[in-house]
Write a protein that binds this ligand. Structure first.
Ligand code: NAI
Length: 277
C-alpha cells in the first residue's frame, strides 16, 4: 500500500512537474505583445518604423499607415514580414478625417480588432513667429494634432466594445517645454498632451488607456534636416550626452502597449536622455 502510495505520489509529482514545467516554459516563451493588433500612423520610416519592428519582435500583428504606399513603405513591410508576423501597409493621410475612418474600418476588416493605436505621424515647418505663414501653422496643426483626433475617434468604438486598448500619442519635449522657432510644432505637441489626459479620463472606465511619449532629440530624417551646429548644441545639453535612437522610444512604447503598464493612463513619459526634467 505504502509503495503504491509512494508510487502515486511520485507519479503525481512527476506529472505536476511536467505540466508546470511546460506551462512555465510556455510563459517564458510568451512575448509582451503576443497576438495584439497594433496600428501605427507614419510607420514607413523613422520612429514609426522602429516601433513597428520592435512591436513585431514582441509578437504584435502590425498595420502601418503612411502618406504613400511607396518603396519605403514596402521595404518596412517586408522587414516586418520577415519576423514572421502578419503585417499590412496602408496609404492614408492621417490629417484627413475620411481617410482615418476608412483606415480604421479596413484594419478591423483585415485583422479583426485593434488593440493598440500609435498616433505617430508628424511634420515640422519651423520658423520664428514673425516669419511663420498661416499655411505652415495650419499644416503642422492638422498633421500633428487633428490626426490624433481623427484616428482616436475612429478606433474608440472598437476599443470600447473590446473593453481594452492602449492609445499612445507621440508628443515631444518641445510640447512640454516650448522651443523658439517651433511655436506651431510646440502648440501641436502640447495639444496632444491635453488630448491624451482628457481621453484617459473619458475611456478609463472601459479599460482603454491613453498615454503620451515625449521624445527628446531622436536621430531620424526629421532631425537630419537640422544643421550640424544646431544638432551638436542640442546634444551638449543632454545629460546622457547622446542623441536618442528610435529604438529608445520603441522600448517605452512596448511598455505602454503591454500589460506591464495596465495601471498607467493619462501620463506623459519623456524619452529624452534627461533633457526635460
Ligand atoms: P519622420 O519624418 O522620420 O517620419 C514621420 C513619418 O510620418 C513619415 O513616414 C511621414 O511620411 C509620415 N507622415 C507625415 N505626414 C503624414 C500624414 N499626413 N499622414 C500619414 N503619415 C504622415 O519623423 P520621426 O522623427 O520619425 O517622428 C515621428 C514622430 O515623433 C513625429 O510625430 C514627431 O513629431 C515625433 N518626434 C520626433 C522627434 C525626433 O527627434 N525625431 C522628437 C520628438 C517627437
Amino acid at each position: 500500500m505504502f509503495i503504491l502510495k509512494g508510487c502515486s505520489v511520485q507519479v503525481i509529482a512527476t506529472a505536476v512537474f511536467f505540466i508546470f514545467g511546460r506551462t512555465n516554459k510556455k510563459l517564458m516563451l510568451m512575448k509582451l505583445l503576443d497576438g495584439k493588433v497594433t496600428l501605427i500612423t507614419g510607420g514607413a520610416r523613422g520612429i514609426g518604423k522602429a516601433l513597428a519592428i520592435r512591436f513585431a519582435e514582441e509578437g504584435s500583428l502590425i498595420a502601418i499607415s503612411d502618406l504613400r504606399d511607396d518603396e519605403q513603405m514596402q521595404a518596412t513591410v517586408d522587414e516586418i514580414a520577415a519576423l514572421g508576423v502578419k503585417v499590412k501597409g496602408y496609404a492614408s493621410n492621417a490629417a484627413s478625417y475620411e481617410d482615418s475612418e476608412l483606415l480604421a474600418e479596413t484594419v478591423i476588416k483585415d485583422f479583426g480588432r485593434i488593440d493598440v493605436l500609435i498616433n505617430n505621424a508628424g511634420i515640422t515647418r519651423d520658423n520664428l513667429l514673425m516669419r511663420m505663414s498661416e499655411e505652415d501653422w495650419d499644416a503642422v496643426l492638422s498633421v500633428n494634432l487633428k490626426s490624433v483626433f481623427n484616428l482616436t475617434k475612429a478606433v474608440q468604438r472598437t476599443m470600447l466594445k473590446q473593453k481594452s486598448g492602449s492609445i499612445i500619442n507621440m508628443s515631444s519635449v518641445v510640447g512640454v517645454n516650448g522651443n523658439a522657432g517651433q511655436s506651431n510644432y510646440a502648440a501641436s505637441k502640447a495639444g496632444m498632451i491635453g488630448f491624451t489626459k482628457s481621453i484617459a479620463q473619458e475611456l478609463g472606465s472601459r479599460s482603454v488607456r491613453c498615454n503620451a511619449i515625449a521624445p527628446g532629440f531622436i536621430e531620424t530624417e526629421m532631425t537630419h534636416k537640422l544643421p550640424d551646429d544646431v544638432r551638436q548644441q542640442w546634444v551638449s545639453t543632454i545629460p546622457l550626452r547622446r542623441s536618442g535612437k528610435p529604438e529608445d522610444v520603441a522600448n517605452v512604447a512596448v511598455f505602454l502597449a503591454s500589460e506591464l503598464s495596465q495601471y498607467v493612463t493619462g501620463q506623459v513619459i519623456s524619452v529624452c536622455g534627461g533633457m526635460s526634467t
